[in-house]
Design a protein around this ligand. Structure first.
Ligand SMILES: NC(=O)C1=CN([C@@H]2O[C@H](COP(=O)(O)OP(=O)(O)OC[C@H]3O[C@@H](n4cnc5c(N)ncnc54)[C@H](O)[C@@H]3O)[C@@H](O)[C@H]2O)C=CC1
Ligand SMILES: O=C([O-])CC(=O)C(=O)O
Length: 329
C-alpha cells in the first residue's frame, strides 16, 4: 500500500444508506482494491454518537485499505481535502410537507455543503448526491461551489438504471450481464424515463426483443419509476442496500471507466444535449474514461421517448425555478 489514501466524505453517515455503504467503501469496492481510503463522516450533532458506533465496527473489520476515520458535525471540516464526496444525508419529506418546504429544508443542507466543498475540497473532487430530491440538491450544492468545475457535481440515477436492467433481464429471461446500453433520462423521480429503445440484449435491440408496447408502457416504466415506493411499502423503509450499491457503482465507474460497448446513467449538468436545457442536472447515458465522463451522442429519439424525456425535464425545470425563487441557487 504505497499510494496516499483517497479522502472520501460521506454525509448522513449514521443513516440507513450510510450503514450499507461505509463497509463497502472501506473494503475497496468504491475505488478499487489498490486504493487506500480515509473516511470523513459528516452527521448532525444528534447522530454523531451513532456514527461513532459505526466507526467502531469499521475498525473491527480490520480492512487493509482503511487508513482512518474522522467524524464531524461541521461541513467545513468534513469536506477539507475531500477527493470523493458522497452527499447522502438529506431531509426526508414528512407528513404535511409540501414540495416547496422539502426543497427549502434541503437547501439548508446542500447550500452550506456546496460552500464547504468550494472552500476545502481537493482539486480533483468528485461529488455524488444521493439525498433526495437528488438532482435539485446537486444543483443547489453546485451553485454554491463556483470554483469547482460544474461537471464534478452529479446526482444518482444509477439505482434506477440497475433496477431497469434487472426488470428487463427478468422479462426476457436473460442474465443481467446480457443487458447493455440501458438509459435513464431525466429526474430521479416518478417522471424518470427508463429507455430500452437503445438498449441491447446479447447485442440485439432490446425493444425489438421485448416487442410488447403494453408491457413497456404499463408495467416496465411505472415499475422502475415507482420502485422506491414499492420498496417502502414492502420493507417499511426506503431502499438502502440497493441505493448504497448504486452509489458504489456510480463512483467506481466514474473513476475506473465504463467497458467498451456499454454505458451507464448519471445525473449530470446538461450541456444542452438532447434538448435538455443547459445547467439542469438531468440523467443521461454516459461513458467514462480516465475519471471524466461524456454524454453518448447521436442517439435517435422517437416521439414516444421525446414526450417522456420532455416531461421529466419539465419537472426538473420547475424544481430549478422553485429553488431559484427561494434564493437557493
Ligand atoms: N438517489 C437515489 O436513488 C436514492 C436516494 N435516497 C435518498 O437518500 C437519502 C438518505 O437515505 P437514508 O440513509 O435511508 O436516510 P436516513 O434517514 O436513514 O439517514 C439520513 C441521515 O442523514 C443525516 N443528516 C441529516 N441532515 C444532515 C446534514 N445536514 N448533514 C449530515 N447528515 C445529515 C441524518 O442524521 C441521518 O442519519 C434520503 O434522502 C433518501 O430519500 C434513497 C434511496 C435511493
Ligand atoms: O423513494 C425513495 O424515497 C427512495 C428512493 O429515492 C428510491 O428508492 O429510489
Amino acid at each position: 500500500m504505497t499510494q496516499a489514501p483517497v479522502n472520501v466524505t460521506v454525509t448522513g453517515a449514521a443513516g440507513q444508506i450510510g450503514y450499507a455503504l461505509l463497509f463497502r467503501i472501506a473494503s475497496g469496492q468504491l475505488l478499487g482494491q489498490d486504493k487506500p481510503v480515509r473516511l470523513r463522516l459528516l452527521e448532525i450533532p444528534q447522530a454523531v454518537k451513532a456514527a461513532e458506533g459505526t466507526a467502531l465496527e469499521l475498525e473491527d473489520c480490520a480492512f487493509p485499505l482503511l487508513n482512518g476515520i474522522d467524524i464531524f458535525d461541521d461541513p467545513k471540516q468534513a469536506f477539507e481535502g475531500v477527493n470523493i464526496a458522497l452527499l447522502v444525508g438529506a431531509r426526508p419529506r414528512t407528513k404535511g410537507m409540501e414540495r416547496g418546504d422539502l426543497l427549502e429544508a434541503n437547501g439548508g443542507i446542500f447550500k452550506p455543503q456546496g460552500e464547504a466543498i468550494n472552500a476545502g475540497a481537493a482539486d480533483d473532487v468528485k461529488v455524488l448526491v444521493v439525498g433526495n430530491p437528488a438532482n435539485t440538491n446537486a444543483l443547489i450544492a453546485q451553485s454554491h461551489a463556483p470554483d469547482v468545475p460544474a461537471e464534478r457535481f452529479t446526482a444518482m440515477t444509477r439505482l434506477d438504471h440497475n433496477r431497469a436492467i434487472a426488470q428487463l433481464a427478468k422479462k426476457l429471461g436473460v442474465a443481467v450481464s446480457d443487458v447493455t446500453k440501458l438509459t435513464i433520462w431525466g429526474n430521479h423521480s416518478a417522471t424518470q424515463y427508463p429507455d430500452i429503445f437503445h438498449a441491447e440484449v446479447k447485442g440485439e435491440n432490446a425493444a425489438a426483443a421485448v416487442n410488447d408496447q403494453n408491457w413497456l408502457e404499463n408495467e416496465f416504466i411505472p415499475r422502475v419509476a415507482k420502485r422506491g415506493a414499492e420498496i417502502i411499502e414492502a420493507r417499511g423503509a426506503s431502499s438502502a442496500a440497493s441505493a448504497a450499491n448504486a452509489a458504489i457503482d456510480h463512483v467506481f465507474d466514474w473513476v475506473n471507466g465504463t467497458p467498451d460497448g456499454d454505458w451507464v446513467s448519471m445525473g449530470i449538468p446538461s450541456d444542452g444535449s438532447y434538448g435538455v436545457p443547459e445547467g439542469l442536472i438531468s440523467s443521461f447515458p454516459v461513458t467514462t474514461k480516465g475519471g471524466t465522463y461524456e454524454i453518448v451522442q447521436g442517439l435517435e429519439i422517437d416521439e414516444f421517448s421525446r414526450t417522456r424525456i420532455d416531461a421529466s425535464v419539465k419537472e426538473l425545470s420547475e424544481e430549478r425555478d422553485a429553488v431559484t425563487k427561494l434564493g437557493l441557487v
